[in-house]
Write a protein that binds this ligand. Structure first.
Ligand code: GLY
Length: 373
């Protein structure tokens, strides 16, 4: 199904996009080589380009440019590319997050403007990502310096969104690494009931999987809402690139788990241990990631199922727009309130990735859009 042809609340989406573009225009000069991450009292301070989130603001600028045609959103294109290339050259905080970082900055630049520099730097980043691949275990190590031998190292569900950088290169070896990682994650991070662990310990010498652990969730055996969102969207994207039906099936079943755990207002608590009967803080970013996953799935499943997904996606977007917008605040440079980063670190704040995925969802709902992923 082509979601932009079937979506219902077009006017509301266009109004939202206009609002986001106004906020972005006001932030363009603040975030050049320094980037938003998590807000403090709904205001993003500028952070050095060392976090996993540095590319989301740049990605939003490309979405805004594609939507509005306004060149102002490309004002700092060169400076952003320089900042991201410097990060690679200096190997500054390099992890599996190369995918998030270089897809929304450099791949997006290449796809939107045709700038060969974007293509060149993204390919360098993809090459660096392959250095984290463990042949025996067929996985990409999430964190840590690869030269240091830990007794165990971790794979994490978030990596599913980092795989498109490898697939995108068109290099069969890199694509095979991505597909193998997704397979390994499917029998470790993805539990038999299609809920997910946030992380899984791996033995780097034997490649053997050890056990599931949480890092940002409530407990090892709970379901961290954002992680479940990464699984839905990530497996849908792996299906888009590989045509491997096992991935489509995982994405759909992981979506069922997400849906089953939605509270009444459709914005998940940060971990599915929490419910309307036992409430805690919500995570609007998990909601916006999940919506993008549903909208991606709409392009791959039969019409009837796609209609169900689209209807739910639109309801979640309504809830986000009506209850979690920064519009009513006296001061904010973010878009969505009440995101959640870590417990006791960025609770009930704007998150730049939540804002990005909300905007991506609006774009998907209003036009024929080629994903940056
Ligand atoms: N990828 C890190 C997070 O979702 O917090």
């Amino acid at each position: 199904m082509k979601v932009w042809e079937k979506s219902v609340f077009r006017d509301a989406y266009e109004t939202e996009l206009a609002y986001i573009e106004t906020v972005l225009r006001g932030s363009l000069d603040q975030f050049v080589g320094v980037y938003p991450h998590v807000s403090e009292n709904n205001w993003y301070p500028a952070e050095k380009n060392v976090l996993w989130t540095a590319s989301f603001f740049v990605g939003m600028c490309f979405l805004a440019y594609e939507h509005s045609g306004d060149n102002v959103f490309l004002k700092y294109e060169k400076e952003h590319l320089r900042s991201f290339e410097d990060r690679l050259i200096n190997r500054n905080h390099i992890s599996h997050d190369l995918g998030f970082l270089y897809t929304l900055s450099c791949v997006a630049d290449y796809k939107v403007t045709g700038n060969p520099e974007g293509d060149r730097i993204a390919r360098k980043a993809a090459q660096m990502l392959t250095e984290r691949y463990n042949e025996k275990g067929e996985y990409i190590q999430a964190w840590g310096d690869m030269r240091i031998k830990y007794p165990n190292v971790k794979i994490i569900i978030d990596t599913m969104l980092n795989l498109p950088l490898l697939y995108w290169t068109g290099d069969p070896e890199k694509a095979a690494m991505a597909e193998k990682h997704a397979m390994t994650a499917s029998h470790t991070l993805v539990r038999p009931d299609y809920s997910t662990y946030h992380t899984y310990l791996m033995d780097p010498d034997t490649g053997k999987a050890v056990c599931g652990k949480t890092h940002q969730g409530h407990r090892d055996e709970s379901i961290w809402a954002r992680g479940q969102g990464w699984a839905v969207y990530g497996y849908a994207l792996s299906y888009r690139y590989t045509g491997n039906h096992a991935f489509l099936s995982i994405a759909e079943k992981a979506a069922e788990v997400f849906i089953k755990n939605l509270p009444e207002n459709l914005i998940p608590y940060w971990d599915f241990d929490f419910t309307d009967q036992n409430p805690d803080i919500r995570d609007t970013s998990a909601a916006s990631i999940f919506v993008c996953g549903l909208l991606e799935l709409c392009g791959h499943v039969p019409e009837e199922k796609a209609e169900e997904y689209l209807e739910l996606a639109e309801k979640i977007m309504k809830s986000l727009r009506e209850q979690y917008s920064t519009r009513g605040l006296t001061r904010s440079n973010g878009i969505l309130t009440e995101g959640m980063y870590h417990r006791h670190d960025g609770e009930e704040e704007c998150t730049i990735w939540g804002d990005y995925f909300y905007m991506e969802a609006l774009i998907r709902l209003t036009r024929d859009w080629k994903p940056y992923w």
